[in-house]
Design a protein around this ligand. Sequence first.
Ligand code: ADP
Ligand code: MG
Length: 255
Amino acid sequence: MLGPPIVMIEKVCKSFGENHVLRDVSLTVRQGEVVVICGRSGSGKSTLLRCIDQLETIDGGTIRAAGHLMGFRERNGKRQPLRDAEIAVQQRDLGMVFQNFNLFPHISVIENITLAPVRILKRKRAEVREEARELLKRVGLPDKENAYPRQLSGGQQQRVAIARALAMKPKVMLFDEPTSALDPEMISEVLDVMTGLSEQGMTMIVVTHEMGFARAAADRVILMHDGGIVEEAAPEKFFGNPESEHTRLFLSKIL
Ligand code: ADP
Ligand code: MG
């Protein structure tokens, strides 16, 4: 079912000053795989996602994603950092969904979705709008194309944010606590969209504490602790018989 590796993270290190936030993190994700990352606040989950998407520059190690050596070019065995414009090209293949939706407030839903494909990919507006309407159906918001973000609930805004990311036809989707800012009654509508995406074969790395989603949709669940991966297992094993004391403690607090 799963394809070849599409994200390969090798011994990635990242510090902020003296704070070693990622310590030799290695992780391989295969095409079509859903990996859920959990761990207590400050363990480095967001930083890892941000490093994959080059929103942070890594200090050491290697990240390959969607066919790119993220942030660098290799020439004669040597590495050179890429310029911002070159990084932006790599980022097109990765969709990122944040906790706080980050929609553009001053433009409509459909404009939020079509902006990047038109401006960045230089695609035809009419064609992109057609696709945006399809995406809005897919996230359950077919009648909201002309609404503005402030007119939508948090759950609706997050579904638009997912549609906006999908409009770039990413090869991998990264989600950073996509339901943490939502009222409880809106969490499932967002998780349902994400489950649908996973069923359609999307490769997803999802930071979340929604353990029901992890059980149902994840191929693998990972626990991060102090900047490292301390557990990595199929959901049955992760929840039923974890190896790490950290995982047992984490689960006892969250479940
Ligand atoms: P998590 O998402 O697991 O809660 P983060 O990756 O956000 O953890 O943060 C891990 C650590 O890195 C924390 O100690 C946090 O304070 C620190 N950190 C994250 N981003 C920055 C930044 N831009 N500047 C300085 N420290 C940061
Ligand atoms: Mg975080």
